[in-house]
Design a protein around this ligand. Structure first.
Ligand SMILES: NC(=O)c1ccc[n+]([C@@H]2O[C@H](COP(=O)([O-])OP(=O)(O)OC[C@H]3O[C@@H](n4cnc5c(N)ncnc54)[C@H](O)[C@@H]3O)[C@@H](O)[C@H]2O)c1
Length: 370
């Protein structure tokens, strides 16, 4: 299948030969983005904390330059960026989980807010840098627990420390876009376009984070145990990890082509029929791996957790012509399939999944495949 997918033509070939700094490359999303960028012919520089747990990147054998360091250490980060002189920065490094954010709010705010500030500050006055894509979350919005999707112009907020840190990161992004990377000064006082991507829960192979539904299910299933489901009625938007990544890459592509209208915040969520309750996702997981067993437990969670959170993606659909590629059934099939191959046959399916995603995107005439 590999030969059928011409990666060079994607995103109009803009990433070929580009130096791309990717923070958070050892994480779930970052590892998939590193894989995709290398297939696009980019020179990838990863900057993250060392991942001591089992993680996706270790199975990919990618040709990237990696530095294991902390974005809270401003001096080291700044020197590194000065040395690398990247063309574009994808900033994904963050403390990315809600529950640990209650246990360690200082780490969460310092990495997600001060860390983001450090990245922006270190990118100022670096002549090579043309674009920055910051990754936040659907949780950046003030959650009103209503049935409508949030639009990009709605209020930032966040009940728990993680969500609030992502709301803060968005405010910080808007401030830097106004104060230092203002589009009206573009190519006069500076040459950087700054955009942010807000996506919801993503799933896909290679995620083993704690307290995420799919990793919990597959880890338990691999050990022939039942997984405890505490919040079966919670509704979330579910999407494959490659979907928001196609959105982030679209932002980078347009900004590298000097499209100033893209320097803004963007929602990248699934179609409405992929907004499913946890219980329904579990059923779909079981359809793909019959060994999945569940126990429904009482929700003894002492911390507040959002129940209803959806994104309105009209802006990305209309202005970027970005659309999701896989429906919920394919998303679950690819995701559970990845772990089944991993646990039962020792196979890593990431490149197959990426190729199948790109070839389905071509069939769907996605704008970034033309
Ligand atoms: N996974 C999801 O469902 C999801 C949903 C919405 C938004 N996001 C956002 O996407 C981004 C990536 O998430 P993920 O799921 O890949 O998370 P992850 O936990 O798998 O990876 C986080 C990455 O950030 C790095 N990191 C954390 N703190 C750091 C620090 N202080 N200095 C340097 N590196 C640091 C880690 O080393 C790792 O590489 C995050 O910004 C997250 O908030 C994720």
């Amino acid at each position: 299948m590999e030969n059928l997918v011409n990666f060079n033509a994607l995103f109009e070939g803009v990433y070929k030969g580009k130096k791309v700094l990717l923070t958070g490359h050892t994480g779930f999303k970052g590892s998939w983005l590193a894989l995709w960028l290398t297939k696009l012919g980019a020179e990838v520089y990863g900057y993250s904390l060392k991942n001591t747990e089992v993680h996706h990147l270790q199975y990919l054998d990618l040709n990237i330059q990696e530095t294991l360091n902390d974005i809270r250490d401003f001096k080291t980060l700044k020197e590194y960026i000065q040395k690398v002189q990247p063309d574009i920065v994808f900033h994904l490094a963050a403390q990315a989980l809600v529950r640990p954010s209650y246990e360690n709010p200082i780490e969460t705010f310092s990495s997600n807010v001060m860390g983001t500030l450090h990245v922006y500050e270190a990118c100022k006055n670096i002549p090579s840098i043309k674009a920055i894509v910051n990754v936040t979350s659907d949780k950046c919005y003030e959650n009103k627990e209503w049935i409508w999707g949030y639009r990009e112009n709605e209020a930032m907020g966040g009940y728990d420390p993680y969500s609030a840190s992502k709301g803060c990161a968005e405010l910080l992004t808007a401030s830097y876009r106004n104060s230092f990377f203002n589009v009206s000064d573009y190519n006069k006082k500076h040459q950087v376009l700054l955009a942010s991507g807000r996506a919801g829960n993503v799933i896909g192979g290679g995620d083993w984070a704690k307290d995420r539904l799919i990793p919990d299910i597959v880890k338990a299933t691999a050990q022939k145990q039942a997984v405890l489901i505490r919040n079966p009625l919670a509704t979330r938007p579910w999407q494959h990890v490659l979907e928001p990544l196609s959105g982030y890459l679209t932002l980078g592509w347009k900004m590298l082509q000097q499209d100033v209208s893209v320097a803004d915040g963007w929602n990248f969520g699934p179609n409405v029929d992929s907004n499913l309750q946890v219980g329904d996702v579990v059923k779909l997981a079981k359809n793909n791996w019959n060994d999945v067993q569940i126990t429904i437990g009482k929700n003894t969670e002492e911390h507040h957790e959002a129940n209803l959170l959806m994104l309105d993606c009209s802006k990305a659909n209309k202005l970027l012509k970005w659309t999701p590629v896989w429906g919920i059934e394919t998303t679950l099939q690819k995701t559970i399939g990845w772990y089944k191959e991993f646990y039962l046959n020792n196979n890593i399916m990431s490149i197959n999944d990426l190729e199948s995603y790109v070839s389905d995107a071509k069939k769907a005439n996605c704008v970034w495949t033309k």
